[in-house]
Structure formats: C-alpha cells, structure tokens
Design a binder for this molecule. Structure first.
Ligand code: GLN
Length: 472
C-alpha cells in the first residue's frame, strides 16, 4: 500500500532501507492499472521504472508531470491533437531540477487542452474524473495531476497555474496545490499559455510534501529571463511554526456568493485560526471582483500570440490535404485545435487588433495594476489573506461545458493571485454535504511563501483530509 503514503514518509522508509524505490514504483503502477479506466488521469504512463543514478533527496520516488511540461524523450501533448505525436527534445528546468534531486517519473498527466479550462473536459484524450465521485469533474486544468495524487495514482505531481489551474483542481480533489510567486520557478520547458501569468507548482497530499518539492524546483534559471534571482529558502523550516499573533485578512465580501457548504467551511477555518491565536480582520480588495473579466482579455491575448507557432510547419500535426501554404495553415489549425482553444485565439486576436487594443488590452493592463495595488495595500496590514479557493464543490461532468462564462467563473477566487504575481496555496478545509472536499486559499505577498507554509502547516494540524482521500 505504498501508493497511499506521502513523499516524506517514503523518503524516510527508503532511507531506513525498509523499502526500495522499485517497490514504490510498482505499487503506484499497480494502482494506476487498477484505477485508470475510471479516472483517466494520465495521457501517457511510463510502464518501466527508469532508475535515476543521482544521489538526491527524492530517492527515485516517482513523480507525475502535467503534460504541458517537457521530459526529454517523452511525449508532450498538452492534451491537444496538434501535439499528439510530439516528443520533447529537452527537459523543462523544473523537470531537470527534479532529476538532479534523483526523481524518477511515472507519467504525464491529463489537462484541459493547452491548460485552457477548469474541468479537464477539453482534453483531446478524454475527460479526467474526480476520484471522490467519478460523475464529477476533478477541476482543471491540472485535473490529471490532482486526480492522480488524490487517487493514489501518483505520490505527488507538478502542475501549472495560469488562473487557478493548480489550486482549483487541488480544492476539488482534496489535495494541496501551490502556485508560487511569479518568477519563483522557471517556465523554461513549460509550454506557454499566457506567459505573464503561468507558473509551475507542486500538487501533493500534504503541506510538507509541497515544501519539499518547492525546495527543488525554485530558483533563478538563465533560460527564463522572468525567473527571479531571489534566494530559495528551505521551505520545510517554516513548517510547525507557532502562528499566534499572525495577522490574517479575510476576504469575506465574497462569502455571500458561495454555496452554504463553502460558507460553513470558511467559518470553521476562521474559528481554527482564532483558536491558534491569529489576529483576524476582514480585508477589502475592491478591484478583485473584476479579475475574471480582466483575465479573459489578458490571458487570451497572450495565448493567441503563443499559439501562433502551431502552424503545421515546426511542430506536430499537419493536415493531410491542402493546395497551398495558406490552406495548409488553416486546415492544420482548424483540425488540430479544439473549440476552447479556438475561442481563446479569437478573443485574443480581437482584443489585440488595432482599434480595439486601447479599448480592451490596454485597459485590462491598467486594471491589472489596480488589482495588484489592492494586494499591496492588504499586505501592509496582513501577513496573509484568506479566501475560499472555489465558490462551490466540484461540479458534474458536462454541467458547464456548454456555458463558457459559467466555467470561467469557477476561477473567480484564484485568478487575482495570478494577475498580482503573488503566491497562493489551496489546502483542504472541509467537506460538503455531498461528501466532497473544499479548499481554503491562503495568499501572501510576493516571495513570502514562508508565511504560506507557516499558516498552511498550522492549519493542516487542526484539519486535513489525508485519511479521507479515496485511496482504498
Ligand atoms: N481556468 C482558467 C482558464 O481556463 C485557468 C487555467 C490555468 O490556470 N491554466 O484559463
């Protein structure tokens, strides 16, 4: 039953020579064979254990990687037909760092096509199902990573978060998901969606595992000019801190927009922080309510430019029949991209077109500045700001797939952190009436992951869902 364990528990067992890395791999692989037909968490499973000869802290424990990050020699599909047969020719920096820490990999996890979505339903390789209830979505776009960790099909995973894609599915699957400060983790080798928002982060069963992975993947990388030259702390040193007197701002304005389950879980969370001696007050973020509108101008604008490269010439799929170059482009992109990706490209080219640039794109950039200012002000008074991760529990498969706006609104509380570049974690904080997990979001100022780890670790000792994960 090794697949049920956390990364840090397995590292201990291997260090004590009670088990081998191969035992762990086999246990996870058996679990994948048992569950994958129900869950569909993976695009590609690596059936063979590839031993990593490096002597690092990860001890060859297998990690799952979202299929929009490169592992050299393996397929990177972004869950799109257009990259169905694309093999990566280099390692993403995050992957390279995991390899240097002696990780091995077990597979590439499913996502919404090019990470555009909130439910993992737009994947060319089929929907991933929520292991707590397979009639529901796992969230997205890193739904494959979070479903794999929640179901024991992975010990831990890495995902990417542009508008909530680590935190929202972590909340829906009852696991821990962290979006680091923009610039903490190199984006080199992460297939670009919206470059000013994308960040790689860990998906784990508990907070300690998230700290362990952060220690490895963070840090300046010459290959990504936006990666920050900021010292990487030992994030595990912030676990088990006393948080008495810590100042917590509660973004409670939005509670009324949440389901009663979520409201109750927030009330309980606040009581937990009170019992830990925190200083709690409500905080206003007056412009955060515009974050979704703002994001759906900025993210598609960047996406439309980033996705230009899939033209049938350089990468992946090319349409079979065409008369000339222009027709080849048109057919390749029409056949290779799914509907949601096309919608984003159209939105993006529209808001960037001359005549509309000022009215939409430029205005959205100004608004982004105002949202960031709200957080700058909040962090003058508070160490962290808390909010629900999502307004509801995980929804049903198909429930929002015909209604893009409703789908977009499921990220209403996660998007502000991306627009403001600040770090934010989602940790489990309750169960709904239907027995589904709910997430608490903890946000901190840029490069203040230390505060996130202090608060998340203290909270986790009072409430967690580790023993309730669907691992049997
Ligand atoms: N759900 C949001 C979107 O569809 C965020 C996705 C993400 O973070 N990659 O764009």
């Amino acid at each position: 039953m090794l697949y049920k364990k956390t990364l840090h528990e397995l590292i201990d067992l291997i260090n004590k020579k009670e088990i081998t890395a191969k035992d762990v791999y086999n246990s996870v692989l058996d679990r994948i064979h048992q569950k994958e037909k129900d869950i569909n968490a993976y695009v590609t499973v690596f059936e063979d254990f590839e031993e990593n000869k490096k002597d690092g802290i990860l001890k060859n424990i297998p990690i799952a990687v979202k299929d929009n990050m490169h592992i050299e020699g393996k397929r990177t599909t972004c869950s799109s037909k257009i990259l169905e047969n694309y093999t990566a020719i280099f390692d993403a920096t995050a992957v390279k760092r995991l390899k240097e820490a002696s990780a091995t990999f077990i597979g590439k996890t499913n996502l919404d096509e090019f990470a555009m979505g909130s439910s993992t339903e737009t994947s060319y390789f089929g929907t991933t199902r929520n292991p707590w209830d397979i009639t529901r979505i796992p969230g997205g776009s890193s739904g494959g990573s979070t479903a794999a960790v929640a179901s024991g099909e992975a010990i831990c995973a890495i995902g990417s978060d542009t508008g909530g894609s680590i935190r929202q599915p972590a909340a829906f699957c009852g696991v821990v998901g962290l979006k680091p400060t923009y610039g903490r983790v190199s984006r080199y080798g992460l297939v670009a969606f919206a470059s000013s928002l994308d960040q790689i982060g860990p998906v784990t069963k508990d907070v300690e595992d998230a700290a362990l992975l952060m220690n490895i993947i963070c840090g300046r990388d010459e290959k990504d000019s936006t990666s920050a030259d900021v010292e990487v702390d030992d994030f595990t040193s912030y676990l088990n801190s006393d948080i008495k007197g810590l100042k917590i701002g509660v973004y409670d304005k939005v509670f009324a927009d949440c389901s009663t389950d979520v409201q109750k879980s927030m009330d309980n969370s606040i009581n937990i922080f009170k019992s830990l001696g925190c200083d709690i007050k409500s905080v206003d973020l007056p412009n955060a309510k515009y974050a979704v509108s703002d994001y759906y101008i900025i993210a598609p604008a960047e996406a439309s430019s980033n996705l230009e490269r899939y033209d049938g010439v350089k990468y992946g799929f090319r349409a079979d029949e065409y008369e000339n170059l222009k027709e080849m482009y048109i057919k390749t992109r029409s056949e290779g991209f799914g509907d949601e990706v096309k919608r984003r490209i159209m939105l993006g080219t529209y808001v960037l077109s001359s005549g509309y640039y000022d009215a939409y794109y430029l205005k959205a950039q100004k608004l982004r500045g105002l949202i960031k200012q709200d957080f700058d002000n909040a962090f003058k008074d508070f160490d962290v700001v808390i909010a629900p991760t999502t307004p509801t529990e995980a929804f049903m498969i198909g429930e929002k797939s015909d209604n893009p706006l409703q789908m977009y609104l499921s990220d209403i509380f996660t998007i502000p952190a991306n627009l403001s570049a600040i770090p934010a974690i989602s940790i489990p904080c309750g169960l709904s009436e239907n027995g589904l997990p709910l997430g608490l979001q903890i946000m901190a100022n840029v490069f203040r992951e230390d505060n996130i780890f202090k608060v998340a670790s203290a909270f986790e000792k009072e409430f967690n869902l580790i023993d309730k994960l669907p691992l049997d």
